[in-house]
Design a protein around this ligand. Structure first.
Ligand code: UDP
Length: 317
């Protein structure tokens, strides 16, 4: 297959590129590098089965040649990034998704949209099944991301219903691993960098808010199973992919400090907690289990050790 990956120079997009290339597919990455980095795909440059195009997909774009599938992953995705880039985030969720769906329609390609657990907002149902409609502020600081992804989901469904194109929607829960940006502000790079520097870990609020962390190779496996699922009567849209192993942020801080032997402990930073920060988050992955026969394989401990090794090489202690 020839596969377009929007946002393919980003954290998850670049892991997807590696994986599908290793399976013999041809990859075109389109990325404007607003939060992605050439460092994530430099090792692929020059391969005959790989093309990189620097392009903002929020503007109309075209692509030469045939195409069988699109992995639509372009978007700022960390809270710090999308708070800095709210208009770009809304534009790529809306216009970027529209332009990419147009390409899917022209080429007859299957399109998989990277959506997010943020569509559930600060959830009132726990854990979150796909049938839950969410508890989302349309005006709060996170709305630029949450509403962009909700709009993107609606646009994907409209193209599927109107033009009959084959679409997949994955709702991605917290994912971590190599190639996360050190400065993207998310809890994993923040805690790991602080621990490597033997600084106290900055816990926002009281640390009682929960998350469940999925290692990137597990996420990639789930996404590709969803992409490759044969088209059948039952629509797989949307499907949650994430790790149901839930913990409080305080517990997570203790795990990171234990693995790294960080003697500096933790510090509570109440003022840094972002408004509308979800209090709980855990995926209900029954659908992924049943449809894709998928569940996470990599433990938090193992995933963190690999991530720590990656960040150690990039941090001057
Ligand atoms: N968080 C924290 N300290 C940090 C960064 C984040 O306590 O240095 C908290 C944040 O308030 C949130 C959780 O960790 O409750 C996960 O935040 P992240 O930015 O990784 O992504 P989110 O899951 O909110 O999209």
């Amino acid at each position: 297959m020839r596969i377009l990956i929007t946002g393919g120079a980003g954290f998850i997009g670049s892991h997807l590129a590696d994986r599908v290339l290793s399976e013999g597919h041809t990859v075109v990455v389109v990325d404007n590098l607003i939060t992605g980095s050439l460092d994530n795909i430099r090792h692929l440059m020059g391969r005959p089965d790989f093309t990189f195009i620097q392009q903002d997909i929020s503007e109309p774009y075209t692509l030469e040649g045939e195409l069988q599938a699109i992995l639509h992953f372009a978007s700022p995705a960390s809270p710090i990034d999308y708070l800095k880039l709210p208009i770009e985030t809304l534009r790529v969720g809306a216009m970027g998704t529209y332009h990419t769906l147009e390409i899917a329609r022209q080429k007859g390609a299957r399109l998989l949209l990277a959506s997010t657990s943020e569509v559930y907002g600060d959830p009132l149902v726990h854990p979150q099944p796909e049938g839950y409609y969410g508890n989302v502020s349309s005006t709060g600081p996170r709305s630029c991301y949450d509403e962009a992804k909700r709009y993107a989901e609606a646009m994907v469904m409209a193209f599927q219903r109107t033009h009959g194109i084959d679409t997949r929607i994955v709702r991605i829960f917290n994912t971590f691993g190599e190639r996360m940006r050190l400065e993207d502000g998310r809890v994993v790079p923040n805690f790991v960098a602080q621990a490597i520097r033997q600084e106290p870990l900055t816990v926002y609020g009281d640390g009682e808010q929960t998350r469940s962390f999925c290692y990137v190779s597990d996420l990639v496996e789930g996404v590709l199973r969803l992409l490759m699922l044969p088209r059948s009567g039952e629509s797989p849209n949307p499907t949650n992919i994430g790790n149901p192993n839930e913990m409080t942020i305080l517990q997570f801080a203790h795990v990171v400090n234990a693995i790294t032997d960080n003697p500096a402990g933790i510090v509570f930073k109440n003022q840094d907690r972002i408004q509308d920060d979800p209090q709980t988050r855990r995926p209900d992955i029954s659908r992924a289990r049943q449809l894709l026969n998928w569940e996470p394989q990599v433990s938090l401990h193992e995933g963190l050790e690999r991530t720590i090794r990656y960040f150690e090489k990039r941090i001057k202690v």
